[in-house]
Design a protein around this ligand. Structure first.
Ligand code: NAD
Ligand code: IPM
Ligand code: MN
Length: 352
């Protein structure tokens, strides 16, 4: 079981360290860790946010545990040299098209959600976000128009096959849950979304046991706040999924709680090759202060054990330990508490 550990920038190394502490405490036999540079760290030491040697290490691993990338000092670099290209490059190069972002309420956090407790209590949903297409990866550029003003442009598109494979992922996920799927698009305005909707309807024929509904993304944002309990699986594109998952995190209570798995088709000895990362970023405002909540990364490590290594029991042990820690009042600054990153990591370990 080879894991490429890519801590990255800002709070990335801090939260990754605590996830490794938890993995270490499980004493899993046969685990080998390799560490690589990505993001601003990769750019500084190797001249590129995703150095070739890091990409090679990631390819040769069974799973990637990723912290976060991003550094304000790099925001003026040419786009292909910016830290964010590390995670975008890994997703694209390794064809990790299916991003699973579960959002579930934790007992004890109802009062800390951005929503009223009786509404927050109902949250148990899974966002299935397409991850290698959409406006993220279309042609883009800036130009000067005939009238002499600057213009920026980004091409949004989805091919039929891209929509079909992520739709299958979402339908199959719904079959393991409540058999309900909400496909989120903007088909009232965008051609890309109309094709998305048409293809999802075609795929639905193969899943008669799953109840499918379609929702425009603006309404979906509103409904997620109004009645998040009405959602089971939410299927959406790359950009909408990015935005809705940050929104869902605050319904649960903090962005420091939401994990993710990015999967493709490649199988490993015990599961599916994947990249696992918190949904949050490098949080430059709190980096280096030991204040970050590592739970999202710890829960991402649990998803790694489940999806890439077939270790369901161990994944559950981690998730239960995090849930119990939260129930026992273990809180970082993001949840109104005063515990630091390391203390939270240790508190989870004690409850394994
Ligand atoms: P962010 O997620 O880094 O931070 C948003 C806010 O949430 C900040 O106030 C931050 O302090 C807080 N926060 C985030 N994670 C936290 C945690 N674990 N514990 C406590 N508080 C936490 O988003 P941003 O500020 O928009 O972006 C900062 C940088 O991160 C940018 O360069 C951005 O491109 C990058 N980014 C990277 C990833 C990734 O690596 N996958 C994801 C999102 C953003
Ligand atoms: C995320 C991040 C990334 C995204 C950025 C850093 C490229 O926001 O993983 O949610 O937009 O996918
Ligand atoms: Mn995001």
């Amino acid at each position: 079981m080879k894991i490429a550990v890519l801590p990255g920038d800002g709070i990335g190394p801090e939260v990754t360290h605590e996830a490794l502490r938890v993995l270490d405490a499980l004493r899993l036999p046969g685990l080998t860790l390799f560490e690589g540079d990505v993001g601003a760290a990769g750019y500084r030491d190797h001249g590129h946010p995703l150095p070739p040697e890091t990409l090679q290490m990631a390819r040769e691993a069974d799973a990637i545990l990723f912290g976060a990338v991003g550094d304000p000092s790099c925001d003026d670099l040419e786009r292909h040299l910016r830290p964010e290209q590390a995670v975008l490059g890994l997703r694209k190069e390794l064809q990790l098209f299916a991003n699973l972002r579960p959002a579930t309420m934790f007992s004890g956090l109802e009062e800390l959600s951005g929503l009223r407790p009786e509404i927050a209590r109902q949250i148990d949903l899974l966002i299935v976000r397409e991850l290698t297409g959409d406006v993220y990866f279309g042609d883009k550029g800036t130009r000067t128009t005939d009238s002499g003003e600057r213009e920026g442009w980004d091409m949004m598109s989805y091919s039929e096959s891209e929509v079909r494979r992520i739709a299958h992922t979402a339908f199959r996920a719904a079959q393991t849950r409540q058999n309900r799927l909400t496909s989120v698009d903007k088909a009232n305005v965008l051609e890309t979304s109309q094709l998305w909707r048409d293809v999802v309807i075609e795929v639905a024929v193969e899943y008669p046991d799953v109840a499918l509904e379609h929702m425009y993304v603006d309404n979906a944002a509103m409904q997620l706040v109004k009645a998040p309990g009405a959602f089971d699986v939410v299927l959406t594109g790359n950009l909408f999924g990015d935005i809705l998952s940050d929104l869902a995190s605050m319904c649960v209570g903090s962005i420091g709680l939401l994990a993710s798995a990015s999967l493709g088709d490649r199988q490993t000895a015990h599961g599916t090759f994947g990249l696992y990362e918190p949904i949050h970023g490098s949080a430059p405002d709190i980096a280096g202060q030991g204040k970050a909540n590592p739970m999202a990364t710890i829960l991402s490590a649990a998803m790694m054990l489940r999806h890439s290594f077939g270790l369901e029991d161990e994944a559950k042990r981690i998730e239960d330990a995090v849930a119990r820690a939260l129930k026992n009042g273990i809180r970082g600054g993001d949840l109104g508490g005063d515990m630091g990153c390391e203390a939270i990591g240790k508190a989870v370990c004690e409850r394994l």
